[in-house]
Every structure is written in C-alpha cells, then in structure tokens.
Design a protein around this ligand. Structure first.
Ligand SMILES: Cc1cc2nc3c(=O)[nH]c(=O)nc-3n(C[C@H](O)[C@H](O)[C@H](O)COP(=O)(O)OP(=O)(O)OC[C@H]3O[C@@H](n4cnc5c(N)ncnc54)[C@H](O)[C@@H]3O)c2cc1C
Length: 680
C-alpha cells in the first residue's frame, strides 16, 4: 500500500477545506492569499501530472479526476461564500464528518480483497512475523475501528441536528479524543485475553518499535497485501545457498503449475518450477472434460494425452430412485466442437505435463518443497526458500510467484486466505479395480455416477484395464465404519449399491484403498501484487462434475496471460489481477450450485429427465463439458433450468423441507472423521 501518498491525498481535501474556510470567514488579505494558494495547488498537481505523462511515465486517470474534484470543492466554497458565512457551523460539521468518513474509508478499503487490513499493516512493523492469531486479530481490529469511526460520525450528525451547538462542540472537540484514547487502552488490555503471550506488545513496545524505524521504513517499502509468510530464518543456515533469480517461480507441478510454467516459458520468461514429489506419482482426479482438449493442443501435448487416455464420450447417471439410466452425450451439447474427453491415469498424465514443461525450457526441480516465502523485499522481488529431499536449502528471488500447490494451499493457508465451505462436506474413499465389467464399443470409456443412500460412486474406466472406483459420502456414514478396515468399509459400501456391485462382481482391487477429505474451500482472493493462486491452491469443490483438472489448467493458462500483462503493461496490472480473480471464482460458483443441490429429489428428477425445452438440456451438457469460460451462450438456458428447479421446489414444499433438513444433517462436520482422512 502506498501509504504516504494515499494519506496525503486523503488529507489534502481537508487542508483545502480548512484554508478555504479561513479565507471565507476572515476574508482579509491573508485569508484570500491562503484561499488562492489552496485553489492553485491542484493546478500545480495537474501541471506535474502532464509533465510526467509527457516524460513517458505511467498515466492514471485518477489524478485529473482528483484535481477536478479539488477545484470543484474550492470553487463551490468561493461561490457560496456569503451563504456559508451566515451558517458558519456547517463548515465545522462538514470538516468533522469528512475526517471520520476518510478514516472509515481508509480502514474499510484496506479490508477489501487484495489489500492488507491497516491494523495488520501496523502490526507487521512492530512484530517481525505475524502469527495466524495475530493476523486474525488485526483484521478484526480494523473492522472495530471502521465501526468506531462510522458510529462516531453518525452521533456527531445526530447531535448537530438535535442538540445545542454547545453539546455538539463538547462532543466533537472533547469527548471524541477521549473516546479514541479509551478504545486504544481497552484494546491494549484485551490483548491479554485473546492473544498468546508472544504476540502481545504493550504501548511502550509499540512506541519503541516504531521509533527504531519500523513505520517510516515500512511505509516506504509497503506492498498491497498481508504477505508476511514465514520467518526467513526458519531454514537451517548451514546449507543456505546464494539466491538465484528468475522471472516466475511456480510452486507445484500438477496440471495448474505445469500449464502456467509451460506457457510463460513460451512467452520467453525464465521460469522455475518446484515440485515436492517425483513424477510419475499417484494422484486422484482421472476424469477430464471436453473443454480441456483445446488447451492440450495449445500446450502441444494433445497426441500424448490421446495415447494414454481412454476416450470419454458421455457421462451416465444411475439412480436407485429412477427406473432408467440417463446418458449425457457431450456431442449433444450446445457447442458441437467439444464431443469427447479422456479418462487418464494421473501419474502418466501429470508426467506428460511436467516433461513438456521441462522440454520447453522450464527449470524443473522435483523433490524440492517450498517452505517459506517473503513477498515484501525492498527490491520488489519475492524471496522463496525451498528444501530438497537431500536436505539442501535453496533460495530464489523472483518477480512473480504462481502458487499451484494444490490442496496443500501453500500461500492461501499461510496468508490466512483459505475459507472452508459451510455448504459442503464430504469424504472420498477410492481404489483401482481390475476385471470390472466395461461397456461395449465407443461407450467403454464413459464415466458412470451411481447414487446411493449415503452419497454417490464414480466409475472411471482407464486405458490398460484398470477402473477407478470412488465412494463420495458424508461424515455421518464414515462414522458407521466402526472396527472395519477401510477396505472392508469400502467393499460394504459398494455392496449396498446393486448396479455398481454387479459391474464389479468379477473385479479385484489393484491398489490400496485411500480415504481423503473432499472438504470444499475457497480463498478470499486469488492474487496479490506479485503472486497468483492457481487451481486447487485457490479453491476446491466436490469432484462430482470432474471439473478440477480443467479448472486448474484453465487457471494456469489465464495466469500466464495475467503475469505477462503485469510485466509488460504495469498500468493494466490491477485490472488484469482483478479479472483473474473473477475468473477463478466463476468455475467453483457455477459447479457448486449443482453440487449443493444434487441431493434434492427435484434436481435429481431434472437430471434424470432433462428437458429439451428452451435448449436447457444442451446448456446443461455444455456445463458438464466444462464449456463455461468461452462464448457459448448457455447462460439464459441455465438460468431457466435453475428457475424451473426453484419453481418445482416451491410447489413441492414438503419434499423440499425434508431434503433441506437431510442435507444439513449430511454435511455436519465431524472432527473424528476429519482426523481419520488425509486432506491432500
Ligand atoms: C477424491 C477426488 C476425486 C477427484 N476427481 C476428479 C476428476 O475425476 N476429474 C477432475 O478433473 N478432477 C478431479 N479431482 C480434482 C483434481 O484432482 C484437482 O482439481 C487437480 O488435480 C488440481 O490440479 P492442481 O494442479 O491445482 O493441483 P495438484 O494436481 O494437486 O498439484 C499440486 C502439486 O503441488 C505439489 N506441491 C504441494 N505443495 C508443494 C510445496 N510446498 N512445494 C512444492 N510442491 C508442492 C504437489 O506435490 C502436487 O504435485 C478430484 C479430487 C479429489 C479429492
């Protein structure tokens, strides 16, 4: 945050106002001189801005708008001087209110996505490192100050209109400063109860920290976000490397990270990708969407993916509450150019992607885990510290970080941006089977989804004979496992779903059963001045619609464009970062609407008998194909589909209520279950 210019810009209107007031009230030679100065200062600003623009510096429209506003204020005061002189107390009210409005605005604006709360900013320069508790506390404190300024301003207006001048003057001039001191003291005292001892610094400590250069230095080097991540000295200094430099450092070599790295390298940047595992490694998430295929072409891996993938032409829904199966053929979607996708073994698929990145010239280091990041170096670069399998520490200085660390959510967790969804909560238990019954011909690779009483199963046929089967279920059902092994619990679950059980009757498990939490989450923002959050590192939703890999790779594609804009057109960086943030929210939002309602009998009926009217089925198919970022005009039909759902839900109120209660029961959190499953 450029605190000094911002505060100056904020204080300037008050200054103009104050000097104008003096000019009008006193109207002597001095007053007029001051008034003249106040009005002419904006012109000086304007001249400087034009000079800067002519010298080829960055041009922002904010400057002339600001200047015009100031001139307008000064002009208005000049014009209405006589009237104002008759009601001089208005001057004081406006000046007083403007003061509170500005303070409330600065504190509130710092709470917006992409900014650092002002109290966090101050705290960062008192404590070298901010603990998660302190980050949370200072965010809360910033909100308290916003509330204080707003309520103080409101009371001031009430007293102005409904009490005598003397009462109002007493309040603004004497009581408010006392109230400010009281808030400070109470806040300081309350730290004892809400913060751990290491995070407590008294008033004297704060003063000392600021005096030893904290704030002044901090203001000069401050950046827009709260990115104090980990202490740099957390890594053993004995093997500390000399820092290397790069343009972009990518954390994580999954679909998101490798896509961003490859495309940035093609743009000519020096890209380093750090991956903590060694490829090929197992990963869940094997069913891809048709919308992903053009990106394979763009990356130059289409042929290799085709060679390892099983063609997937449709998704089949099998329901115990309906007497038929519903097949959604992608070729029937709105956009006929996206007729199929692939099922892939992720170990092979991810290996192709990371190899491709390396072949393009990305500096790929496997077995190298990122441990800490400093986003606030005074030279504008970010510092990244990592440790290899062999225990060697490595340091990079980079212009930009793309965090694609998947469900480890490296940066999002460290920056306290991650928010667990309260609307969804499921667990996945899965394994590969050999000998499962396959469909014949082109339908062999179709994905099947089987609903059962406690959730749903995926059935994904892979090339080479293995079939991936997973049970997605609710915490209460996992709790019924009792003494059974995970494998027995899984087999019992399969046995309770007759159509799936029939397809697996001659099959045996080829790998160990794994259980993982599908706990949906999102991050409060997807960007900072010098970093982006990609794929699962930003958000994760239930895998019912197989959207994860596509959303991850698309985010890698968009991240590459966004970073290029930041590098090449700094004036457009802010807009590009915000557009990236909006794009990142779109996918999880669109799929979540369906995921959160899929247990509702109304939506299940609509899925099992999709209406062809008003192109609703085609639109639904395009959504299932992942065609949500392009220009295919599906949204009106999707809106009609949703409206039809709400309408039917209202006409079937009894059923809707039962489904709503059931869903709340299903998604209840259970700490014992959460502790028993992996979260990455
Ligand atoms: C049960 C389940 C089923 C799923 N089914 C599907 C499906 O059928 N289809 C689908 O499209 N999606 C599915 N998904 C989602 C899909 O797996 C993810 O959305 C996708 O893998 C996200 O890609 P990514 O690149 O963001 O993260 P990842 O693929 O997880 O890659 C992240 C990488 O970062 C590395 N890493 C992490 N931390 C660090 C660090 N500190 N330093 C260095 N490296 C690090 C990890 O080792 C990993 O390789 C499923 C997910 C789950 C949980």
């Amino acid at each position: 945050m450029d605190v000094v210019p911002r505060l100056a810009a904020g204080a300037y209107p008050l200054l103009v106002f104050a000097v104008c007031r003096r000019g009008v009230m006193e109207a002597d030679a001095w007053g007029l001189a001051i008034l003249y100065l106040a009005l002419s200062l904006p012109l000086a600003f304007l001249a400087l801005w034009v000079a800067g623009a002519l010298a080829g510096k960055r041009i922002s429209l904010k400057v002339p708008i600001f200047v015009l506003l100031m001139l307008g204020t000064g002009g208005a005061v000049w014009l209405f001087a006589l009237q104002l002189r008759g009601h001089y107390q208005w001057f004081f009210l406006i000046q007083d209110s403007a003061f509170f409005v500005l303070l409330a605005y600065y504190f509130a604006a710092s709470l917006r996505a992409g900014r650092e709360p002002l109290c966090t900013f101050f705290a960062r320069h008192v404590h070298r490192t901010l603990s998660p508790e302190l980050l949370k506390y200072t965010r809360f404190l910033t909100k308290v100050w916003v509330l204080f300024f707003v309520s103080t301003g409101c009371i001031s207006w009430l007293l102005f209109f409904f009490a005598s001048n003397a009462v109002w003057a007493f309040y603004t001039n004497l009581l408010v400063p006392v109230l400010v001191v009281i808030v400070f003291v109470v806040e300081n005292a309350s730290r004892r109860f809400v913060l751990p001892p290491a995070d407590r610094v008294g008033l004297l400590g704060t003063y000392r920290a600021l005096r030893t250069g904290g704030l002044a230095g901090a203001m000069r080097s401050s950046a827009p976000q709260s990115e104090t991540v980990s202490p740099m000295d957390s890594i053993a200094p004995s093997v500390q490397e000399v820092a290397k430099t790069c343009d972009v450092l990518v954390i994580g070599g999954g679909p998101a990270g490798t896509t961003a790295a490859s495309l940035l390298r093609e743009m000519g940047y020096h890209v380093v990708l750090l991956e903590k595992c060694h490829h090929p490694r197992f990963h869940i998430g094997e069913s891809l969407l048709p919308a992903n295929l053009p990106l394979f072409e763009k990356l130059g891996v289409a042929k290799q993916v085709e060679a390892l993938g099983m063609p997937k032409l449709a998704a089949e829904f099998v329901s115990p509450w309906h007497d038929h199966q519903q097949e959604f053929r992608f070729a029937d979607g709105w956009n006929k150019s996206l007729p199929s996708a692939y099922q892939v073994e992720r170990s092979k698929f991810d290996f192709v992607l990371i190899k491709n990145a390396r072949d393009k010239g990305v500096e790929v280091l496997e077995g190298c885990e990122v441990q800490s990041v400093d986003l606030h170096r005074s030279d504008g670069m970010a510092e990244v510290q990592a440790r290899t399998d062999a225990g060697q520490s490595m340091v990079w200085h980079t212009r930009f970080i793309a965090d694609a660390s998947g469900r480890s959510t490296f940066l999002s967790s460290k920056l306290q941006l991650k928010e667990r969804s309260r609307d969804h909560n499921s667990v996945a238990i899965y394994a590969h089977f050999v000998g499962a019954e396959r469909r014949q011909g082109a339908a062999e690779g179709n994905i099947s989804l089987f609903w059962f009483d406690h959730g749903w199963f995926w059935y994904i046929p892979l090339r080479g004979g293995a079939t991936s089967v997973g049970m997605v279920t609710w915490p209460y059902f996992v709790k019924t496992r009792g003494e059974r092994s995970l494998s027995d619990f899984f087999k019992d679950g399969i046995a309770s779903c007759a159509p799936l059980s029939a397809r697996l009757k001659d099959a045996h498990m080829a790998i160990d059963v794994t259980a993982t939490g599908n706990f949906s989450y999102s991050s409060r923002r997807a960007y900072g001045k010098n970093y982006l959050l990609l794929g699962d590192a930003f958000a994760f939703v239930d895998p019912m619609f197989s959207s994860g890999v596509w959303l991850a790779m698309n985010s890698g594609d968009q991240a590459a464009k966004t970073i290029e804009t930041c590098f090449k057109q700094p004036a457009k960086a802010g807009a590009a970062l915000r557009a990236f943030d909006r794009m990142m929210r779109k996918g999880p939002r669109e799929y979540s609407w369906f995921i959160h309602r899929i247990t509702h009998p109304t939506l299940r009926d609509m899925f099992m008998r999709p209406s062809e009217k008003l192109r609703m089925k085609e639109a639904l198919l395009s959504l299932l194909a992942g065609d949500i970022f392009g220009t295919t005009p599906i949204w009106r039909s999707i809106a009609l589909f949703k409206s039809a759902y709400y309408l039917v839900s209202v006409t079937e109120l009894g059923r809707t209520y039962v489904a709503w209660r059931r869903r709340h029961f299903d998604i209840r959190r259970d700490q014992a279950v959460e502790a028993s499953v992996t979260s990455v």
